[in-house]
Design a protein. Structure first.
Length: 123
């Protein structure tokens, strides 16, 4: 059954990161948009996989972790079939999962110069 309360954005962010780390997402980056005026979300999470299969596995892992731990499903999932760039929108946390070449091409992190951007160290 779905939670009747939405978890704090930081709790959702933690579940997203754990889901990405479980499938060995590369260069997990958090863009903290909480202090940015008119931002559409509290956090963007950007990560890449080395193959189309890994991009799909990363998306599936995030969905699984968020559902099993918080009973949260994304509001929207876009691009899952093409394996180049998938977006999981949890409203407060938007997850961008790229294929490595697409991440380099779009350079999404560079668009948010006024946000706090941090790389997540994984084991």
């Amino acid at each position: 059954m779905k939670n009747l309360t939405t978890p704090p954005p930081e709790t959702l962010l933690d579940a997203v990161i754990k889901g990405l780390d479980a499938v060995k997402g590369h260069e997990i980056t958090v863009v903290d948009l909480q202090s940015v005026a008119y931002a559409i979300s509290s956090f963007f999470v950007i990560v890449h996989g080395s193959s189309h299969t890994q991009v799909q596995a990363l998306a599936n892992s995030v969905e699984k972790f968020c559902w099993e731990n918080l009973s949260e499903k994304p509001v929207s999932v876009q691009g899952l079939r093409n394996g180049e760039w998938t977006i999981l929108d949890y409203f407060d946390v938007v997850v961008h999962i790229f294929h490595e070449e697409a991440r380099t091409r779009y350079a999404l992190e560079e668009l948010w110069g006024d946000a706090d951007i941090r790389k997540i160290e994984t084991v």
